[in-house]
Design a binder for this molecule. Structure first.
Ligand code: SAH
Ligand code: SF4
Length: 352
């Protein structure tokens, strides 16, 4: 594959713009990352140079479709990778005072969590750093068009970031250095790749860590999250404490509530005990499981979700119930790419 536009270094751009004045490189760089301009819209660059740039350093993501949820505050993009046409997705979530982009790090995922649409579909390939950055740029451009500034990035789309660690780390650096989003607004979500967590604790940039826990005993977690057999809960807790020692930031645990599977009083007690083994205690994000075609069990009812949260809070655990954003547009991990029916709508609403 050619170097893609957002994988290119300033040197790569300089090589393409040979013969142009030196200031052009900086102009292009600022246009791409600060002004979030599409390459064809860098109109202060001569047309011939724009054409050379497009030919030598193509974009990678081909817009396939997008959908907006009923409230208009969640937009989901589906792209095809320009080489194999594999689908990947990006979600833009708008809030009154901020906007968050959820990016994919792989086309598919090899971790095989049964409840996850991406896991059900299997693995295609890693994304490059530029392909991760391109998702941020394109979603941020859309946000800008409707009067929002992207402030947060979560690595919670398709794929396991710490299995594609080098590209994820390089993308984090470019998002921080060139797009200008601070490390405390970047969150890596992992299924629990223990050596990756230990390395992440030592990355130059202090990003947030979220761990998709879903069960606090090995017997159940082995079933829900098969990689737990390789990195069991004891090792995961030790790696999280290592991160906490290095970073002095909270870890959050993601917990998708599955009806009568991991939403009982026993599960809440086990989770509370586990949270307290972290110093400081972990923050828990609860979300009802989004139904997917390949997993027969339903998400917990709103009442059971609230009861579970109340037990945790009663045990002194910091727990938040998350809104299941974009359920009506299949915005849960991997669902759009899994080819469920959607109605493409363009976002026509401005907030703020
Ligand atoms: N591979 C990483 C990041 C991507 S998944 C990880 O697993 O953490 C992002 C989050 O969505 C994870 O917490 C994952 O467990 C959760 N998830 C996957 N499928 C889901 C579903 N059907 N309903 C609710 N959450 C789901
Ligand atoms: Fe992969 Fe995360 Fe889905 Fe598990 S939940 S299959 S690790 S994307």
């Amino acid at each position: 594959m050619n170097t893609t536009l957002y994988d290119a270094t300033a040197h790569d751009i300089a090589r393409v713009l040979v013969g142009q004045p030196a200031y052009r490189v900086k102009q292009v760089w600022q246009a791409l990352y600060e002004q979030l301009r599409a390459p064809a819209d860098i109109t202060n660059l001569p047309l011939s140079a724009r054409n050379e740039l497009a030919a030598a350093l193509p974009e990678s993501l081909v817009w396939k479709t997008e959908s907006t949820d009923a409230s208009g505050d969640t937009v989901k993009f589906l792209w095809n990778l320009c080489d194999g046409g594999h689908p990947i997705e990006t979600v833009l979530m708008l809030y009154p005072n901020r906007a968050t982009v959820c990016v994919s790090t792989q086309a598919g995922c090899a971790m095989g969590c049964g409840f996850c649409a991406t896991g059900q579909a299997g693995f295609n390939r890693h994304l490059s750093a530029g392909e991760i950055v391109e998702q941020v740029v394109k979603a941020a451009r859309r946000a800008k068009e409707i009067g929002h500034r992207v402030s947060n990035i979560v690595f919670m789309g398709m794929g396991e970031p710490l299995v594609n660690e080098a590209a994820t780390r390089a993308a984090v650096e470019r998002i921080h250095d060139d797009i200008g989003i601070s490390a405390r607004h970047l969150t890596i979500s992992t299924v629990g790749i223990v050596p990756g967590i230990r390395r992440l604790a030592r990355w130059p940039l202090p990003v947030n860590l979220a761990v998709s826990l879903h069960a606090a005993r090995d017997e159940l977690r082995d079933e829900l999250v098969p990689i737990n057999k390789r990195y069991p809960i004891e090792d995961l807790v030790a790696a999280c404490n290592d991160y906490l020692d290095q970073r002095h930031r909270r870890v959050s645990f993601e917990w998708a509530l599955i009806n009568r599977v991991n939403d009982t009083r026993r599960d809440a007690n086990e989770l509370a005990r586990l949270c307290k083994r972290l110093r400081p205690s972990a923050h828990v994000n609860l979300i009802p499981l989004n139904p997917t075609p390949g997993w027969p069990t339903r998400g917990s009812s709103p009442r059971r979700v609230q009861e579970f949260a109340d037990i945790l809070v009663g045990l002194g655990v910091n727990a938040t119930v998350r809104r299941n954003r974009g359920t009506d547009i299949d915005a849960a991990c991997g669902q759009l790419a899994a080819g469920q029916t959607i109605t493409p709508v363009r976002l026509g609403r401005t907030e703020n």
